[in-house]
Design a protein around this ligand. Sequence first.
Ligand SMILES: *[C@@H]1O[C@H](CO)[C@@H](O)[C@H](O)[C@H]1NC(C)=O
Ligand SMILES: *[C@@H]1O[C@H](CO)[C@@H](O)[C@H](O)[C@H]1NC(C)=O
Ligand SMILES: *[C@@H]1O[C@H](CO)[C@@H](O)[C@H](O)[C@H]1NC(C)=O
Length: 446
Amino acid sequence: MRLKRTNLILGLCLITWASVLYFAFLTHLSSNKSETNGNVDRQIMILEQGISEQFKSNNDMIHDARRFLERKKSQEASSHTKQFQDVKLPILVFACNRVSVSKCLDRLIQYRPDPDKFPIIVSQDCNHQETTDTIKRYGSQVSLIQQPDQSDIQVPPKEKKFKGYFKIARHYGWALNQMFFNFNFSTVIIVEGLDFMKKKIDKNSTRAFVDDLEVAPDFFEYFLGTYPILMRDQSLWCISAWNDNGKEGLVDQERPDLLYRTDFFPGLGWMLTKALWLELYTKWPRAYWDDWIRDPLQRKGRACEKRDSCGHQTLCPVMAASGMFFEKHLKYIKLNEKFVPFTKMNLSYLVKDVYDKDFIRDVYQSVIVSYQELKDGKIAHEGPVRIVYRTKDEYKLITKKLGLMDDFKSGVPRTAYRGIVTFHYNGRTVHLAPNLNWKGYDLTWS
Ligand SMILES: *[C@@H]1O[C@H](CO)[C@@H](O)[C@H](O)[C@H]1NC(C)=O
Ligand SMILES: *[C@@H]1O[C@H](CO)[C@@H](O)[C@H](O)[C@H]1NC(C)=O
Ligand SMILES: *[C@@H]1O[C@H](CO)[C@@H](O)[C@H](O)[C@H]1NC(C)=O
């Protein structure tokens, strides 16, 4: 593209130069009619010589310019691939006492483009022999590490039924220490192929009834493609493959490539750096780590980057779960089947400065409608719309009516960015947004 333009400019220069010479020659002739023919012949010869020399030098110039641009282009291309060349992104899969972890491992191995670049490490708690055997059957395709601390955990009496959360937090902390300090990895992708998830009782958590997680074909491509953004943007602290509002009908089916920033830590399938772990590991909590990590003390205003939805999601629950929550939400979350070439895309739009400017402008330029108008399909114009919420109750009401997740953690509505929850409804982008003069999250909203 740029090469063609340069050629065009050089070509134009050449034509201009030739024209100037030609006109100079004509002027010369007309103003010197008195001169003898021999004199003119000589002059013409000199001019001809000049023109042909000029042609030659112009050709050389074009040739040089072309070579320069080609060299530059190949340098750019190789620095682009280099960006991904030396990157190692290990996958940490959590397991406990269910052999169904194999479903997750099968998919990971099936889609993994390069075992050296993406080593799979399964961390097993619980000492469950059958599960250990299942994992060992994969041979050198995966590495198995086992949580040595199987001691009983002292839990306050009224939290007895939440003991599972204590075990999870202990296992998580141990496994991440292994990844960063023993294996010395600089980045880790966590996949909760979790079996003990089922024991979770918190009804209002996505995690409550997730059995095992499966990955989509572009799982590795997604994390590799977004890795440079995570490294570059200090205001990001995780890349996530999960969208709590990833139900069919709430996502843009045509755009599996859509990525967003979110202030709400999604968890489940996510990537973090050693720098973040160095910050967290000394104060890692005994239980409820995912709520703990969402606290402003840990989050420090940082955001995660996530895919639009599970409809185009790289990671989704197997439909083996049950319960009210599952019936209402998870059942409808679908796995992305399209492959998006994230490493070949320009994802700079996700960097805070660019994103905040463009995203906020788009949101607040969109037309305001009521949730009822949206529900009834009574919106005449095309394009994105905005529904305004002012209070917590208003937010709860609207999300319930539209079938969105309606909860908050540390004042952040699930999936929100700067208070804005973006989803799709009947093929239209909708922003559920506070007023433009929004002052930050209210910790009392829960
Ligand atoms: C035309 O020729 C005369 C004498 O041969 C010369 O003095 C004059 O400078 C020439 N004019 C131009 C425009 O070159
Ligand atoms: C761990 O990795 C870092 C680079 O990420 C390197 O500087 C350091 O030497 C490594 N340490 C060990 C013990 O291999
Ligand atoms: C990539 O996107 C950013 C932000 O949208 C833009 O400023 C930049 O020019 C783009 N880079 C290329 C090579 O297209």
